[in-house]
Design a protein around this ligand. Sequence first.
Ligand code: HMG
Ligand code: MG
Length: 302
Amino acid sequence: MKLPNKVTIKEVGPRDGLQNESQQVGTDNKTAWINRLSESGLSYIEVTSFVHPKWIPQLADAKEVLSSIKRKPGVTYAALVPNRRGLERALEGNVDEVSVFMSASETHNKKNINKTIADTLPVLKEVVQDAKAAGKSVRGYLSTVIACPHEGLIEPERVKAIAGELREMGIEELSLGETIGVAVPSQVERLLETLLPDFSEKFLAMHFHDTRGTALANVWKSLEMGITTFDSALGGLGGCPYAKGAAGNVATEDLLYMLGAAGIETGVSMDKLIEAGSYMESVLGKPMNSRQMEVYRKVEVE
Ligand code: HMG
Ligand code: MG
């Protein structure tokens, strides 16, 4: 078994994590949290999204967050963008990288962005073109790559076809979203076996939600298959409000523990992550949902 020596962790907590928090978090708290994350050695932080504020009120302060964070050189500050209006707002906030997103499932796509898949593709194409013309790099997300809460299992060939359309638009990387956290490693293997003959390992990233505790096993399977970029959210925060039952992302600190113990380099400091996690626990007034934070809390008490 050959594992990669080095992995990139992309922190999505401030976006994916907070979009699913019902309790409104203040702009100052978001900024202070992102600044702490910037000090942890992470090279990529998805800080917010420029979606319609009525759809995701928690992230209505996207521009303020982007303009008030302290940008650390070497860190990419990215944001989710659904359409041209979102891109205009993101560019006003001087985002470093834009993430476009859509779903492999027709029903989830409609519920999430209010369009059919066929109608979404030209919208994203325009965003990718305009973002690149403005000098920004662009990442794509494809959601429900294993299963949809409404349509059930999604065929890997379907994922491959839409992934091809997104690559054609000129995105630099595609993150495969296991949106509802139902996948097991054999399904991830089948998906990647379908995609990898046509897509390079470096072009793909994996985005696992952890509803059923299988996210780390799925990460491991992906590592074995050569994937080296993983999305995660500090404290296991997150979920998609338009995918009922979806729990948080795999927790960054749990991912880091597994990678570190396996001798895989990430450049991220566990102590700094825990510090940022403790800060967010105090802001949210509840414990974070991660094994590492649990271990830390126990050690603190002893
Ligand atoms: P819509 O209502 O169909 O939009 O929403 P529209 O294009 O018909 O426009 C209606 C009005 O909204 C217009 O204003 C637009 O200007 C305005 P009016 O002319 O009526 O005054 N508008 C906007 N305003 C601000 N920012 C914008 C924007 N767009 C239009 N960007 C839309 C379509 C896509 C905007 C909406 O459905 C939306 O915001 N959806 C986002 C839902 C969301 O954020 N979901 C969670 C993120 S995805 C996710 O979590 C999955 C992921 O983590 C991967 C995984 O886990 O699988 C990425
Ligand atoms: Mg997600």
